[in-house]
Design a protein around this ligand. Structure first.
Ligand SMILES: [Ca+2]
Ligand SMILES: [Ca+2]
Length: 299
């Protein structure tokens, strides 16, 4: 059984996770805080409503999908309809290569999300392992898969803005089978949808995590003889040098100053004590790394 992920709440402003300098918000809608939306409540189970996005072209390499934001609304007055759990927030790559404009291959499917009426529900995926990655300059799609149909007269459901339907930006997985441009649908009066889905994503350049080299004692990025001699000096130095070092930068809150904030430089096993275990652990890893580097760069 899958667990339930909770969306965080915001009016229409981004909330919770602070927007970092490298973060980019991608969106197709023109909705502003307090603006008007149209509820698109015609979905049935297994259908999806998604938006097309294009990753920034630079820097080259890969971008990560850090968060997906979905505006979810009913016609009921505040506090609105009860929270709803749907199938998933998912991400797709396009048909026909990176510039394709129709969804095809799903590359990510979340646990069932809970959606709160009247809010831009925010779903964080930054900690996903593996991360959700899309190449720079490539198209992708993100949106919601339904497991239960909305009340067709009142929602809550996905919404569109009222700035006019932009062909190719919003897609519906019709009957759970056929990807169909939202703009091709008509209401009972023969009118097209009023706009594009209010679904947004926060993306950022993906930085490959670097393996840690705990035997780089002097923290210069390279493993050399200096690291061994520096560590041994620290062992023999009765002053017990404080951190941070390449070996340990963890504070030891229970220890006396300055170790409470700086930790012990030679605490190889990072248990906030400094003893024979640290020496033997360091020596074993140091010689292992000099013979066969895995997390360290030989200098
Ligand atoms: Ca070093
Ligand atoms: Ca230790």
């Amino acid at each position: 059984m899958k667990s339930i992920s909770l969306g965080c709440l915001s009016g229409l402003a981004l909330c919770a996770a602070p927007a970092l300098a490298q973060d980019t918000v991608l969106k197709n809608d023109f909705l502003v805080n307090g603006g008007t939306v149209a509820i698109q409540a015609g979905f049935i189970a297994r259908e999806a409503g998604v938006s097309l996005f294009r990753m920034p072209a630079s820097p080259a390499g890969q971008f990560q999908v850090k968060r997906v934001l979905i505006f979810w609304k009913s016609l009921f007055p505040p506090p609105g309809a009860a929270p709803v759990i749907q199938d998933s927030v998912s991400v797709w790559l396009p048909l026909g290569g990176p510039n394709g404009t129709r969804p095809q291959n799903r590359i990510f499917e979340s646990d069932p999300p809970q959606l709160i009426d009247g809010f831009l529900n925010e779903f964080p995926f930054e900690q996903m392992n593996p991360p959700i990655l899309v190449n720079a300059g490539s198209n992708f799609f993100a949106g919601l898969v339904f497991s239960e149909p909305p009340n067709p007269f009142a929602g809550p459901s996905l919404v569109t803005d009222t700035a006019g339907c932009q062909p190719g930006t919003s897609w519906v997985l019709d009957n759970g089978i056929t990807w169909t441009d939202l703009c091709t649908y008509r209401d009972f009066l023969g009118r097209p949808p009023s706009g594009t889905f209010v679904i947004r994503v926060v993306v950022a350049p993906y930085v490959v995590p670097q393996p840690l080299c705990f035997v780089d004692f002097n923290n210069d990025g390279f493993l050399t003889q200096e690291d061994l001699s520096g560590f041994l000096t620290a062992v023999l130095d009765e002053s017990v040098p404080p951190g941070p070092s390449g070996t340990n930068r963890n504070p030891c809150p229970a220890a006396l100053p300055p170790y409470g904030t700086l930790g012990y430089a030679a605490d190889y096993n990072r248990d906030c004590t400094f003893n024979q275990e640290d020496l033997s652990g360091f020596i074993t890893e140091y010689f292992g790394q000099t013979e066969q580097p895995s997390g360290c760069v030989p200098g």
